[in-house]
Ligand binder design. Structure first.
Ligand code: TYD
Ligand code: MG
Length: 462
């Protein structure tokens, strides 16, 4: 007797699969995101179950032909995040909030590629061909020899791609609008999104073109998010940024062909996305010197040094409530740790204060190396003494208040000198063996071993 297909449920937000419906996804904690997915039964009577598998060919490790060269889009910020360009026959998922600029970025990349006489297809399920043309005109790339199509039918798209020769890159915008007749659920559902992606990915591997899938990040609503596809693709990039800010950051979350800590920085202008090759200057552009509670962090994003302004504000807490700790762009549990270290190890009184911390420019900092800059901003806010406007900070702070080494000090110092800073506060060198090369011209170093060095110096200056 044929077995009844087992019921399965998948989370639209993260893709976790369950055998029964639940109100909340145990994996990501989202509510009401589980939906039933179609699971094809492999019944004992089905011909596929009874037919024997064929033997696969086993091969050794050696004997690989040289890998095909990467396809560089010519947008440096994008190529770097990709790990040096698109890899033929690979699949990249570009996720991001609706309206953040995914279509803009990919249309610009597609046109640049097409201008280098690569065969590129841009297939949109969201916009009509004329709308894409208008956008291209506005971006000033309207003359590129790009092949456009508006379709949501994956069977049609696959048939088209099968018939087209020499296709190198295909952009699908977006995977949530795609639809396969054979899957019984609405476009955007987990089953549809997965099935459509599977068909397109299989074709990309077979025909050898690079496939770029656009996926909207959906906070709520009925659309499956890009995370349900993360395991199926070779690389996942997220396009982030505040719509209120000009900056957009492309960040790799997974990359089978490159590092995942690289970022690409763009600015959204009225002529599309412009590359920002010197992000530090942009992030520091609105900094005002001589304001207490601000410190500049010499950070590292991937291989690239980036200077950022950290801002702290203290206010007396109101009433009996627990003090507020509000953080934008940094880890809030790390802030709590630093506050505790400042209070217990350095005698800076902060417990009766509401603390607000902000990394200016909308960037999210994940490095522990930012500890020292955050501490400097907090101390400056507590004492009312501005940090010197020519100073940068980096270093990790441990629980006993010790300031620890961080990687790539030289690269950070070089960037600081390049942007005209004249002093760097950094961890003390550990004895021999960690020889630091001479500091760049014009930069004096102040090496500290304990966070209290920062506090006493500031108090003394008072
Ligand atoms: P879009 O690429 O359509 O976003 P997504 O594909 O991620 O949903 O970008 C839409 C926003 O970008 C829109 O609000 C307008 C803005 N924009 C510009 O500011 N300048 C431009 O040249 C373009 C094309 C868009
Ligand atoms: Mg779009």
């Amino acid at each position: 007797m044929a077995k009844r297909p087992a019921r399965q449920f998948a989370c639209r937000a993260c893709g976790a699969v369950y055998s029964k419906w639940m109100g909340q996804c145990e994996a990501c904690g989202e509510w009401n995101t589980l939906e039933e997915i179609v699971v094809e039964p492999l019944a004992a009577s089905s011909p596929r179950a009874s037919s024997k598998g064929r033997r696969v060919k086993l091969e050794g490790l050696e004997g690989m032909a040289a890998p095909p060269p990467r396809i560089r889009t010519g947008i440096e910020e994008l190529d770097r995040v990709l790990g040096g360009g698109l890899v033929p026959a690979s699949v990249v998922l570009v996720g991001g909030d609706p309206g953040i600029g995914k279509s803009t970025l990919l249309l610009q990349a597609a046109c640049k590629l097409a201008a280098k006489s690569e065969r590129v297809l841009y297939i949109s399920g969201e916009e009509a061909v004329d709308q894409i043309r208008l956008r291209a005109l506005r971006l000033g790339v309207g003359q590129a020899t790009l092949d456009l199509a508006a379709s949501i039918n994956v069977a049609d798209i696959v048939a088209t791609l099968e018939a087209e020769p020499d296709v190198r890159v295909v952009v699908i915008d977006s995977i949530q609008t795609m639809w396969l007749e054979t899957v019984e659920s609405a476009p955007g559902s987990v089953s549809q999104v997965r099935a459509c992606a599977f068909e397109l990915i299989r074709l990309a591997k077979r025909k050898g073109f690079s496939l770029i899938l656009v996926g909207h990040v959906t906070k709520e609503g009925a659309l499956a998010g890009p995370r349900v596809l993360e395991h199926m693709v070779d690389a996942v990039m997220y396009f982030e940024g505040d719509r209120g800010h000009q900056f957009r950051i492309l960040r790799a979350a997974k990359n089978r062909f490159g590092a995942t800590d690289e970022i690409g920085v763009f600015a959204m202008t009225d002529r599309g996305l412009e590359e920002v090759s010197n992000p530090s200057a942009l992030f520091l552009a609105e900094r005002r010197g001589n304001i207490a509670g601000s410190a500049v962090f010499a950070g590292l994003e991937g291989t690239r040094p980036v200077l950022l302004e950290v801002q702290a504000l203290l206010a007396p807490k109101s009433g009996e409530n627990a003090p507020r700790r509000a953080v934008v762009g940094w880890d809030s549990s790390r802030l709590s740790m630093l506050l505790a270290v400042l209070e217990t190890r350095c005698g800076v009184k902060l417990s009766g204060m509401d603390v607000y911390l902000n990394v200016a420019g909308g960037l999210k900092v994940a490095e522990p190396a930012a500890d020292l800059a955050v501490a400097a901003a907090l101390i400056s806010a507590a004492t009312g003494m501005p940090t010197s406007s020519g100073e940068v900070y980096f270093g990790e702070v441990g629980l006993s208040g010790e300031v620890r080494q961080v990687s790539q000090a030289d690269a950070r110092l070089k960037e600081a000198a390049k942007l005209g800073f004249d002093k760097a506060v950094l961890p003390r060198r550990i004895a021999r063996g960690s020889a630091r090369s001479k500091p760049p011209e014009g930069l004096t170093l102040r090496e500290i071993g304990h966070l209290s060095d920062l506090v006493t110096a500031d108090m003394e200056a008072e």
